[in-house]
Write a protein that binds this ligand. Structure first.
Ligand SMILES: Cc1cc2nc3c(=O)[nH]c(=O)nc-3n(C[C@H](O)[C@H](O)[C@H](O)COP(=O)(O)O)c2cc1C
Length: 440
């Protein structure tokens, strides 16, 4: 297509779960669960890269709850994992999740900065504040800090990290052998941050990467979460269950940008999409049913409770789901998802548990490759997203089917570029390189 800039193509993210997103995906006969976690990651990354995905995302939680489904209990540290993957895949972006509530800006700046160096400028940081109460118990506390406080910490935390990423000017390393100066001290900057929550001198011993700084990814959906995204986010993940909801979210997100002197061209909004493919639509729907029937209902009820910040184990599966109010720290966006489920008819605890053990509120595209490709195009053309975070429900077929059958259709119709535009994640996403705050 002529006249298109990189920014005008549909962006594709790949949200990786070693054994698929759906908690019962691993039970399908065609699912393959690798004994080697590294192999599972390596093969998935290679497949996503061959298909031209812009980025591979690794989510994370610092809480390994036994209520979580067994197939999700294997989860390696994202930065360590993506650093290894960086060496096996030259093109795809690598986004690691790190919590602002339970780390320190110096550590995040150094770790994500290192990933950015090791991947030659392909790193992103998914900024999360942690939402599960179980995380607190791994860090000397019984409860998370209140929601507002977590976001107040996150706002300052991100600024400190970005400041530390500018520790060296791009031309700081002069390597002047005759003069005996390896680095020009004028071009090395200690941040001397003295803030409300953090005091950090700096610098970090990590230069700026070929893309300047890692891409900031964010998924908050509350008011303070969206404010943080509007101020600093460059790639916004969101969970929306319908086209209309996704369009409304992107519109309201765009409306928040001018307050921070930003425009929609500076931010990519990416709702999650779960594709389920079949030779016929009926075959694809049967696959969804097969997975949903396999959900462990206790697990699904746990997921719902965990997202709401509530203990729901007393609810009986055969009863109707009562009206629930999320705890102060719970995710309010779950209420919209439940309202959507209720709109389809009476909702039992079992049905809600099955849903939260399965698709969990993301947009589902179920059908033939042509139908799924058309579904993505419809979402894109309606303004539901600048791209989509593809979430395979089972592995490896959930990713392979999409990569082999849907991606070529999107490319043929001009919605995807022919290969990677450049070597960095910013180049591939069409995002500008941020200037150093110390640049002269
Ligand atoms: C697609 C997507 C991926 C997310 N990944 C993570 C994650 O890996 N770790 C995490 O702690 N939270 C994750 N979250 C949760 C968000 O960071 C955020 O806490 C949640 O959307 C609730 O918004 P709020 O914090 O503004 O209330 C994710 C959310 C979405 C929509």
């Amino acid at each position: 297509m002529t006249g298109k800039t990189r920014r005008d193509f549909l962006k594709l993210g790949y949200f990786h779960f070693t054994d698929g997103f759906h908690s019962a995906g691993w039970r399908l006969p065609q699912a393959v669960s690798h004994a080697s976690i590294f192999e599972a990651h390596r093969q998935a990354a290679a497949m996503a890269q061959a298909a031209g995905f812009d980025a591979l995302f690794l989510g994370d939680s610092l809480d390994t709850s036994l209520g979580e489904s067994g197939s999700r209990l294997r989860r390696l540290d994202p930065v360590a994992t993506l650093s290894a993957i960086a060496a096996t895949t030259p093109g795809i972006g690598l986004v690691a999740t790190m919590s602002t509530t339970y780390s320190a800006p110096y550590i995040v700046a150094r770790q994500i900065g290192s990933l950015d160096q090791l991947s030659n400028g392909r790193a992103g940081w998914n900024v999360v504040t942690s939402y599960s109460a179980g995380v607190a118990e791994n860090f000397n506390h019984h409860q998370l800090p209140p929601h507002e406080q977590r976001y107040a910490l996150a706002e300052e935390f991100v600024d400190v990290v970005r400041g530390l990423w500018d520790s060296f000017d791009d031309d700081a390393f002069v390597r002047d052998k005759a003069g005996g100066r390896f680095v020009d001290p004028q071009r090395v900057h200690a941040l001397h941050h003295q803030g409300r929550h953090y005091q950090v001198r700096g610098p970090i011993p990590v230069p700026r990467s070929p893309q300047g700084q890692a891409v900031l990814v964010q998924a908050g959906s509350s008011i303070p979460g969206t404010q943080l995204g509007a101020r600093v986010g460059e790639l916004i993940f969101t969970r929306q269950s319908t086209l209309a909801a996704a369009v409304a979210f992107r519109r309201s997100f765009h409306a928040a940008l001018p307050d921070f002197g930003r425009t929609p061209r500076e931010v990519i909004v990416m709702p999650g999409v779960i594709p389920v493919l079949g030779a016929t639509e009926a075959e694809a729907r049967a696959l969804v049913r097969q997975m949903d029937q396999g959900v462990d209902l206790e697990h699904g009820r746990f997921v719902l409770g965990n997202q709401l910040g509530l203990e729901l184990s007393h609810l009986r599966f055969e009863d109707e789901l009562p009206e629930l109010q999320p705890a102060a720290n719970g995710q309010r966006s779950v209420l919209g998802i439940l309202a959507g489920l209720r709109a389809r008819g009476p909702l039992t605890v079992a049905a809600a548990a099955r849903y939260f053990g399965g698709m969990r509120g993301h947009i589902e595209l179920v059908g033939t490759p042509e139908q799924v490709a058309q579904g993505l195009i419809d979402l894109y053309e309606a303004g539901a997203g600048d791209g989509f975070n593809i979430i395979p429900p089972f592995m490896p077929g959930g990713l392979a089917d999409f990569a082999e059958q849907v991606v070529p259709l999107l490319r043929r119709r001009g919605y995807l570029p022919q290969g990677y535009a450049g070597e960095t994640l910013r180049e591939n996403l069409g995002l500008a390189v941020p200037k150093s705050r110390f640049s002269r």
